[in-house]
Ligand binder design. Structure first.
Ligand SMILES: [Zn+2]
Length: 136
């Protein structure tokens, strides 16, 4: 995506999908533990909402305010991102260093992830257990 100029892409309202002209763009930054920034870990856990009107922006902010912010979900996301770039076994220490988390946080994140993967399997069986929820 780096070779694309973001200015060329029309912004869509996260609520209704309407293409937004520059004059009507409204933004809000909300905490979201499932959000991971593509390349800047400091921006993890925050989601930029785009809306066509103040009403829709209000609806979206309200939606995210109701969604619980789980530290474990955020830690699990950071661990998964590191693991995707690694081959083979990775030690807890390496994971902690690479994610910027403490070893306890890595541990709890992994436990959270595993518990969810198990719950998914029990419910849907061995299928495409895609645990990456998109809240777009
Ligand atoms: Zn809208």
């Amino acid at each position: 995506m780096d070779d694309m100029d973001p200015d060329d892409l029309p912004e869509l309202c996260d609520k209704c999908g309407t293409v937004i002209t520059e004059d009507d763009e409204l933004y809000a930054l909300v905490p979201d533990s499932s959000a991971l920034h593509e390349d800047d870990p400091r921006l993890d856990g925050k989601r930029v909402l785009t809306a066509c009107s103040i009403d829709h922006l209000g609806d979206l902010v309200e939606e995210y305010r109701r969604r619980p912010y789980l530290d474990e979900e955020q830690w699990a996301g950071k661990v998964c991102r590191v693991l995707e770039e690694q081959d083979g076994e990775v030690s807890l220490e390496t994971l902690a260093l690479a994610t910027g988390l403490s070893e306890q946080q890595v541990d709890r994140g992994v436990a959270w992830h595993n518990a969810r993967a198990r719950a998914w399997q029990e419910r849907y069986g061995d299928g495409c257990a895609d645990d990456r929820e998109e809240h777009a």
